[in-house]
Design a protein around this ligand. Structure first.
Ligand code: AHR
Length: 309
C-alpha cells in the first residue's frame, strides 16, 4: 500500500567550490616544475578549482594575470612574484576588490603589508648563510686567497638578492675570501653554462677556486662548462648550490658538486591549507617557512632515493 506521506522539501546549502587564481612566474628550473606540479596536485586533492597562469618571467604578464583573476572574481589570489618590487598598485586593486592575496615562494617589497595575508616560502637569506658556512669549513685548510665566482639568479628576485646577502654576510671580514666574479644566469641551466664559459675564457689567474650558484640548474650548466675547460668540477672548483633537486644529488654522487642547500618547492599543500583557512575566516601567520636542510656530497648517495623533485 503506498504511503502518502508529505515530506517537506528542504533547501540544502550547496558547498561552493573555492576558486584560486595563481600567477606562477615561469618555468625556468627543475625547482619551478616541482613547485607547479605540487600546486596542481594539492589543488586537486583539496577540491579547490585552480586557475593557473604562467607569466614566462614577465612581471607585466603577472600583473595582467592578477587583473584577470580580479575581473573573474576568484575567491583567493596567489602570486609567486618574479621580482620583489613594483607590486603595490596591483595588490591595492585586489584589496579594493576584496580578494585576499597569498604571496608564495618569493617575497614582495610593499609599503603596506596589509596588501597580502601571508607569505609562504623559504628563508633565502639563511640559505646563503648555510652555503657560506659550508664553504668556510670546506676551505679551512686551503692557504692563500680564495677567489669565488657567483652565479646569481634573476636580477631583482628575492632568492637572488637574499642568497647573495646571506653569503656575503658570512664572508665579511674574512680577507682570504673574495667574490671576484659575479653575474646573473637567470636560474637556468643554459645560462649557467654560458656564464661559466665566459668566466673560464678569462686568463687562468682569474679562474675561481669556488663557485656559489644560486640554484642547481645553473650549477649543472656550469659543471659542463668546467669539464669542457679541462677542469674537474668539485675538485678544481668547489661547487655549492641551492635547491636540492635529484639531478644535483646525482652530480654530488659523481663528485661534481660539493654541497647543496635545500630549498623546498613542495608548497602546494601549505598553499591549499592557507586558502581554505582564509575562506573559513581564520587568521594566518604573516610568514610561513618550510623546514630545510643542507646536504654535503658525503650524504648524497644515502639521500638521493628520498628526493622527490
Ligand atoms: O624562487 C625559488 C628559486 O627559483 C629556486 O631556487 C630556483 O631554482 C627557481 O628558479
Amino acid at each position: 500500500i503506498p504511503l502518502n506521506i508529505n515530506i517537506p522539501s528542504v533547501e540544502l546549502p550547496v558547498a561552493k567550490t573555492i576558486v584560486l587564481g595563481f600567477s606562477q612566474l615561469g618555468s625556468e628550473s627543475a625547482w619551478r616544475a616541482a613547485n607547479t606540479n605540487s600546486i596542481k596536485a594539492a589543488a586537486l586533492e583539496a577540491g579547490i578549482t585552480l586557475i593557473m597562469k604562467n607569466a614566462q618571467q614577465s612581471q607585466q604578464n603577472q600583473v595582467e594575470a592578477i587583473r584577470s583573476f580580479i575581473e573573474s572574481k576568484v575567491d583567493v589570489i596567489a602570486i609567486a612574484p618574479v621580482v620583489q618590487t613594483g607590486w603595490d598598485d596591483i595588490l591595492e586593486e585586489a584589496k579594493q576588490a576584496g580578494i585576499p592575496v597569498i604571496i608564495l615562494d618569493r617575497a614582495v617589497n610593499v609599503k603596506d603589508h596589509s596588501l597580502y595575508v601571508t607569505c609562504i616560502g623559504s628563508d633565502f637569506f639563511e640559505e646563503g648563510v648555510k652555503a657560506a658556512k659550508y664553504m668556510l669549513d670546506k676551505m679551512r685548510n686551503y692557504s692563500g686567497r680564495i677567489k669565488i665566482a657567483e652565479l646569481q639568479g634573476t636580477i631583482g628576485s628575492t632568492p637572488s638578492i637574499d642568497r647573495g646577502r646571506g653569503f656575503r654576510k658570512m664572508i665579511k671580514g674574512q680577507n682570504t675570501f673574495d667574490i671576484t666574479l659575479t653575474q646573473s644566469a637567470d636560474f637556468t641551466m643554459a645560462g649557467g653554462y654560458k656564464v661559466m664559459r665566459e668566466f673560464l675564457s678569462l686568463p687562468n689567474d682569474k679562474w675561481p677556486k669556488v663557485l656559489f650558484s644560486h640554484n642547481d640548474d645553473m650549477a649543472i650548466g656550469a659543471v659542463k662548462a668546467i669539464e669542457e675547460a679541462g677542469l674537474k668540477p668539485g675538485t678544481d672548483i668547489i661547487i655549492i648550490s641551492v635547491d636540492g633537486t635529484r639531478r644535483a644529488f646525482e652530480q654530488m654522487i659523481a663528485g661534481n658538486i660539493n654541497a647543496v642547500v635545500e630549498c623546498n618547492p613542495l608548497l602546494g599543500p601549505l598553499l591549499m591549507q592557507a586558502t581554505q583557512e582564509i575562506m573559513s575566516g581564520r587568521t594566518l601567520p604573516k610568514r610561513m617557512v618550510p623546514p630545510e636542510d643542507i646536504f654535503p656530497q658525503e650524504l648524497a648517495a644515502m639521500e638521493v632515493g628520498n628526493r622527490t623533485y
